[in-house]
Design a protein around this ligand. Structure first.
Ligand code: NMX
Ligand code: MLT
Length: 433
């Protein structure tokens, strides 16, 4: 057994009594109330999920295992010659809450390499899909195709509930290890005439992804930063929640993560990174060669709002400040591409959009989220096919949601099944006040 898996088992055994105590001794303690507006309004803010892998504070933003983004980047072992931690080190951290040593990180790298072989039928399935399939539909299909090899599903009847986490962990690790090659394959199949670049043994996930995409340094660091930043955003976001919900029926990691990806593909969620670039391209086209200014950006934002559409990359269901994932990427841009025209335009939008959204007065949060900044970096390094951007989000998101469903099985979380009511019942409660 690897050090990661044995430590994970130790952590699971330490954690189980906490959940047992809470459910046995404190089962009836009230932690929230539900209003009519929350029931109609997307269950916003209802405290009804539990995870220890990350927590999202509306003001401060995300903390992974208690650490904010700068603390996470500072604490984890870096890739050799890189500025950012390896995804392998981060996976160890997300699953266990412990910072791995270099030796532990190297062991994850070796473990991933032993799992990374993508079954050839996945490539056949992807090649058979219509050429104009969206890359997210391709990624989700590739993940679902691998379900037939799920260890969790094949061992389900012979596994005791207490050990479900073990086979879930195996499937989750296999999936994480294979996703970069699948994503790079989709990219090169769709946009580079099928000129596929084989993975290179010995490279960490970020470096191997950059290699398979055919993009030179420092794209290896971009990939590491990007996958880590997009990994997890507590449990209530659509992709994490969809993955958790499906897994709660004891569907395996392939069924569950494919469902999560389908939610990520929506324009109000992960597809917003594609929408941001699309908005910028449309804006530049309308400028017809003129310089972007605060005035013409402001006008274009109002035009978007007045046409009944959202400003992509702005607003959030939980955050009430600029997303620290936006800031982390902005800092990367300031260091590596300070004079890039697209980065400058994104900064102009940042100057203007919060004021426009505040003046419009609808959104609870006029500040940018992760998606407002992420496409600029990809574009700068030559990845200009922006309908691929959500796939990058998906590869990162796998880390968080798969760590979460491994823990779901470890802690025996039950089938998720909230109760619905009818409109007439709401009206009855409303009348009583
Ligand atoms: N542009 C225009 N209107 C907005 C925006 C925006 N960026 N954000 C919120 N609103 C509107 C929202 O549509 C709603 O209008 P209505 O009452 O007509 O339905 C009103 O403001 C109140 O919404 P909120 O309560 O502030 O936001 P909610 O929690 O419902 O939605 C988002 C959160 C993220 C879906 C929303 O802010 C949005 O649509 N943003 C643009 C899309 C985007 O960037 N999504 C990516 C989020 C991050 N991610 O990667 O998933
Ligand atoms: C995410 O990363 O999942 C998004 O910011 C959306 C969310 O947290 O609701």
């Amino acid at each position: 057994m690897t050090r990661l898996k044995s430590l994970l088992l130790e952590k699971i055994q330490e954690h189980r009594p906490r959940i047992q105590k809470l459910t046995k001794e404190f089962a009836d303690v009230v932690i929230d109330q539900v209003t009519i507006s929350q029931t109609i309004g997307g269950a916003r803010d209802i405290h009804s999920l539990v995870t220890d892998i990350s927590y999202l504070d509306p003001q401060e933003g995300i903390r992974f295992r208690g650490k904010n983004i700068p603390e996470t980047f500072a604490a984890l072992p870096k890739a050799a010659g890189g500025e950012y931690p390896t995804v392998e080190a981060f996976w160890f951290f997300l699953l266990t809450g412990d910072i791995p040593t270099q030796a532990e990180t190297d062991e994850v790298l070796a473990d991933f390499q032993s799992r990374a072989k993508v079954p050839p039928y996945v490539f056949e399935v992807l090649r058979a899909m219509p050429k104009d399939s969206h890359p997210m539909a391709m990624l989700s299909t590739a993940v679902l195709a691998m379900q037939k090899d799920s260890i969790f599903a094949s061992k389900y009847h012979e596994t005791k509930k207490n050990d479900y986490w073990d086979t879930m962990y195996e499937d989750a690790s296999n999936l994480v290890a294979r996703l970069p090659e699948i994503a790079a394959f989709i990219y090169r199949l769709k946009y580079k005439n099928g000129d596929i670049i084989a993975p290179k043994p010995g490279l960490d996930m970020g470096a191997n992804f950059a290699h398979m995409m055919g993009i030179a340094k420092p794209y290896d660091d971009v990939a590491r930063m990007y996958f880590i930043l997009h990994s997890d955003h507590e449990s209530g976001n659509v992709s994490a929640h969809a993955t958790h919900l499906v897994a709660s029926a004891l569907s395996d990691a392939f069924y569950s993560f494919s469902a999560g990806l389908n939610g990520l593909a929506g324009p109000l969620h992960g597809l917003a990174n594609q929408e941001v670039l699309d908005w910028i391209m449309g804006f530049q086209k309308k400028l017809n060669g003129a310089e972007p200014t605060e005035e013409n950006v402001k006008q274009a934002l109002w035009d978007t709002l007045n046409s009944g559409h959202v400003i992509p990359g702005y607003g959030h269901a939980v955050l009430r400040r600029t997303d620290p994932r936006y800031t982390a990427q902005m800092e990367f841009c300031l260091k590596h591409l300070p004079n890039d025209p697209l980065f400058k335009l994104v900064n102009t939008i940042y100057k203007v959009a919060p004021g426009v959204l505040t003046e419009q007065g609808k959104t609870k949060n006029p500040w940018p989220n992760v998606d407002a900044q992420s496409g600029v970096i990809q574009w700068y390094y030559g990845l200009k096919e922006y309908d691929f951007y959500t796939v990058l989000f998906g590869v990162g998101r796998a880390l968080g949601v798969l760590a979460n469903i491994t823990w779901d099985r470890a802690l025996g979380y039950p089938l998720e099944r909230p109760k619905s009511v009818t409109t007439a019942m709401l009206e009855e409660w409303a009348a009583k006040g």
